[in-house]
Ligand binder design. Structure first.
Ligand code: BTN
Length: 251
C-alpha cells in the first residue's frame, strides 16, 4: 500500500475491507484537516450513496469504490468538479482497458455502449472543499448484477473482454484527476469543452427540463453547464439543477 501511495502521489491512502461509504470516511478526513487528494478505497460499501439519495450497489472486490478530498478556493464550482472528474475517469478507463463507445452522460454517469458502468458523486463540505466519490463496475459478469439493474448496467471487464486491475485503474484515475483538478480551473479551456462534447452521450439528444419542456442538447459552456435549446431560447443547465449531484453535508 505504501508503494501505491507513493506511485499515485497522494498524501494519504486508506484501503478498507468494509465501509458504510467511502464518501463518509473522506468527509471525516476532511474535518480532521486532511489535504487534497487524500484517498479512501473500500473493498465493499454497506451504505454506498448514489445521486438523488439512491443506494449504490458496491459488492466486494467487484468494482472500484473510491473517494478523495479536494480543497479549492473557487466558490461553488459544482459543474466544474464533477465535469472534470468525468473527463479524468474516461481517460483513465481508456488507459487501462480497450472499450469502445465509452462516454459521459453528463453530469454524473459513465457509460459504455449506452449502459451505465459507473458514476460520480460530489458532496460539498463547506464552501471550499468537496468530497469526490467515484464508483465503477469493473469485475462483474452479467450474472453478478441484481436483476433490477442487469439490463441497464455493464462492467469494464465485460465491455473490454479482459481482466482489469482495480489498483491500476485507481492509480490512473488519481493521476488523471490531478492533471485536470489541480489546480481547479475557473473555466473549462476550449480543448476540454471540445473533449467533453466528443465524449458526451447527450449531444443532439432531446432531454426533459425541470419546467416540463423538452430541449435539444447543443454543447457545454466554459462553466461546465449543459447548453440546451428549448422553444427557441438557449438554456444553461447546471448539474445542481439537473440532477442535484452536489449534496451539502452539514458540518
Ligand atoms: C451515481 O449515482 O451515479 C453516483 C454513484 C457514486 C458511487 C460512489 S462509490 C464511492 C463513493 N462512495 C459513495 O457512497 N458513493 C460514491
Amino acid at each position: 500500500m505504501a508503494d501505491w501511495q507513493a506511485n499515485w502521489e497522494v498524501p494519504l491512502l486508506e484501503i478498507h475491507e468494509t465501509l458504510t461509504s467511502t464518501n463518509s470516511r473522506a468527509r471525516d478526513l476532511l474535518r480532521e484537516g486532511g489535504s487534497s487528494f487524500s484517498t479512501v478505497i473500500a473493498q465493499t460499501q454497506t451504505e454506498g450513496r448514489g445521486r438523488n439519495g439512491n443506494y449504490w450497489h458496491s459488492p466486494k472486490d467487484m468494482g472500484l469504490w473510491m473517494s478523495f478530498l479536494l480543497r479549492h478556493s473557487i466558490q461553488d464550482p459544482p459543474n466544474l468538479v464533477s465535469t472534470l472528474t468525468g473527463l479524468a475517469v474516461v481517460d483513465a478507463i481508456d488507459s487501462v482497458s480497450d472499450t469502445s463507445r465509452l462516454g459521459i452522460k453528463w453530469p454524473n454517469d459513465i457509460e459504455i455502449n449506452g449502459k451505465k458502468v459507473g458514476g460520480i458523486l460530489c458532496e460539498t463540505c463547506g464552501r471550499e472543499s468537496v468530497v469526490v466519490g467515484i464508483g465503477l463496475n469493473v469485475i462483474q459478469e452479467q450474472d453478478d448484477f441484481p436483476a433490477f439493474l442487469a439490463e441497464k448496467v455493464t462492467s469494464i471487464g465485460m465491455a473490454s473482454g479482459k481482466a482489469v486491475s482495480l489498483a491500476e485503474l485507481a492509480g490512473s484515475i488519481l493521476l488523471h484527476c490531478k492533471i485536470l483538478l489541480d489546480p481547479l480551473p475557473t473555466v473549462l479551456p476550449v480543448g476540454l469543452i471540445e473533449k467533453l462534447e466528443r465524449r458526451s452521450t447527450l449531444i443532439g439528444m432531446k432531454v426533459p427540463l425541470s419546467d416540463g419542456q423538452e430541449g435539444s442538447v447543443l454543447g457545454f459552456s466554459p462553466l461546465g453547464a449543459m447548453l440546451v435549446m428549448a422553444e427557441g431560447s438557449l438554456r444553461h443547465i447546471n448539474s445542481t439543477s439537473a440532477v442535484r449531484s452536489y449534496t451539502e453535508i452539514p458540518k
